[in-house]
Write a protein that binds this ligand. Structure first.
Ligand code: AMP
Length: 216
């Protein structure tokens, strides 16, 4: 059982690779972005509060996301957890370390997915996903075989994220470099940082991650 973090800017491919690990290794994906998007549509007070912040591309408060993660950790994961989009600040990283330690656990690897900004803009502005099964597509690089229909489950519920536009992306990148990229140094110093080339083919990235996991 190994817990890992996928670390990288928006559009680096964290979600795509996390989904593959769920399928191939029976790990549990904890995406705070997915949890917050769920909260956004739930009509709760918390949902209303976070919706505006997310749509602008800013980070929501540490307290909210740490609370969400704490709840999920309670449920356990025999195959290990994949932290996808969490932690995003040093405070969140410290909190995660403490929460895992309290359960006698730790992190097997922190995998930084390296990509350059120009590629991110192109990746994100063409992105859409299936609302039913979560499959990720792209207008240019990975369109659906039949327009408007998900290749993997046949649903017609294809969606674009409210924050996948050029303005919000600018803010998301700035948030990443200001608040999240310091985590690269943090985990390097702790001795569990590995890096993969996030611009490689999806299968090569998956293979590089598998190699790291097998050693963890
Ligand atoms: P993501 O799906 O990971 O790109 O996250 C989408 C948005 O949700 C981010 O731009 C933030 O507004 C919010 N969010 C997700 N995870 C976190 C986190 N760990 N800390 C703060 N905000 C987050």
């Amino acid at each position: 059982m190994v817990n890992i973090i996928l670390l990288g800017p928006p559009g680096a491919g964290k979600g795509t690779q996390a989904k593959r690990l769920v399928e191939t290794r029976g790990m549990v994906q904890l995406s705070t972005g997915d949890m917050l998007r769920e909260a956004k549509t739930s009509g709760t007070e918390m949902g209303r509060r976070v919706a505006e912040v997310m749509d602008r591309g800013e980070l929501v408060t540490d307290e909210i996301v740490i609370g969400l993660i704490e709840e999920k950790l309670e449920q356990g994961a025999p195959g290990g957890f994949i932290f996808d989009g969490f932690p995003r600040t040093l405070k969140q990283a410290d909190a995660l370390g403490a929460l895992l330690a309290r359960r006698g656990q730790g992190l097997g690897a922190v995998i930084e997915m390296q990509v350059d900004d120009a590629a991110l803009v192109a990746r994100i502005t063409g992105r859409f996903t299936c609302g039913a099964c979560g499959e990720v597509y792209h207008d240019q690089t990975r369109p659906t075989k039949v327009e408007g229909t998900c290749d993997s489950c046949g649903s017609h519920d294809l969606k674009r994220r409210a924050d996948d536009n050029a303005d919000a992306l600018k803010t998301r990148l700035m948030e990443y470099y200001k608040k999240t990229s310091p985590l690269i140094g943090y985990y390097y110093a702790k001795g569990n940082l590995s890096s993969v080339d996030g611009l490689a083919e999806m299968d090569s990235v998956a293979a590089a991650i598998a190699k790291i996991l097998d050693k963890a």
